[in-house]
Design a protein around this ligand. Structure first.
Ligand code: NDP
Ligand code: 8X3
Length: 253
């Protein structure tokens, strides 16, 4: 039997990249995706030393781009066993009365519609063979709402609902659907949220030990290596210092 093929969106940094690196060590065959082509090229060279790796570059907001790149997969690469819907970000951190329309569009288009578009292209083959596994990366922001989180939280609540809906609809096909909802993970996430402001983004993770991307990669590996009859449907994971979306115990010095 061939090694399983995993398509990871948002593999150019953070959680997606750490997951690609870990799964490469475990010899999963990888399709790494993102918009930044230079990073994808480097990943293919690096991971290619451990496992078969190819890349696809598309913006998850662009359905034509998604459909044509995933449909262009040839040979058994089109037979994706595991889809990791990870691409996403928060854009901005403003109260609802002053939030930017562009930021709102970005979050709904990327975190919600992008996840749906990619799933739409990958699912038919899974349904046809009655097998497969979809991992959706939600967030603590999809379980709770916090000040200034408004639309980002809404986008992740949507992912939570879609995750549950997928599991119900795909139940008869034996396709596993799982979600991981992390709290604070130190990646490029806050840099994107604060539009490149390193001081502001760095401050998010000061005074406590945040999760790192490799922590989430470990959990993804755990979820996809369970026995065939076991489906981990939903998992919330927080740093020890974080009690919920709003309470984080920080050193004050
Ligand atoms: P990063 O900013 O490090 O990574 C985001 C990834 O998403 C990048 O690889 C980026 O690739 C990709 N991406 C963003 N926009 C698009 C787009 N329009 N089209 C295609 N790919 C896109 O953040 P994280 O690794 O932290 O985030 C990964 C996921 O984890 C997100 O869904 C996020 O909401 C979620 N999450 C993060 C938490 C955290 O605290 N960090 C906590 C809970 C959930 P590229 O720019 O190359 O396109
Ligand atoms: C990312 C974690 O708390 O910034 O989803 O929303 S948080």
């Amino acid at each position: 039997m061939r090694n399983k093929i995993v398509l990871i969106t948002g593999a150019t940094s953070g959680i997606g990249e750490a997951t690609a690196k870990l799964l490469a060590k475990h010899k999963f065959r990888l399709i790494v995706c993102g918009r930044r082509k230079e990073r994808l090229k480097r990943l293919v060279v690096q991971l290619g030393q451990e496992t078969d790796t190819i890349s696809l570059s598309f913006d998850v907001r662009n359905k034509e781009e998604i459909f044509s790149s995933i449909s262009s997969l040839s040979g058994d690469w089109s037979d994706i066993d595991i889809l990791i819907n990870n691409a996403g970000n928060a854009h901005g951190f403003a109260p609802i009365q002053t939030g930017s329309l562009d930021d709102w569009d970005a979050m709904i288009d990327i975190n919600v519609k992008g996840l749906l578009y990619v799933t739409k292209v990958v699912l038919p083959r899974m349904v046809e063979k009655s097998a497969g596994h979809i991992i959706n990366i939600g967030s603590i922001a999809g379980k709770e709402v916090y000040p200034n989180g408004n639309v980002y939280c809404a986008s992740k609540h949507a992912v939570d609902a879609i995750n549950n809906g997928m599991r119900i609809d795909l139940n008869e096909y034996g396709i596993k659907v799982s979600q991981i909802n992390p709290g604070l993970v130190e990646t490029e996430f806050s840099l994107v949220r604060f539009k490149g402001d390193k001081k502001r983004s760095g401050a998010v993770y000061k005074g406590f030990q945040p999760l790192v991307a490799a922590d989430i990669a470990n959990l993804i590996h755990f979820i996809i290596t369970q026995p065939a009859h076991v489906n981990i449907s939903d998992m919330v994971v927080l740093p020890l210092a974080q009690a919920n979306a709003t309470i984080v115990k920080k050193d004050t010095q």
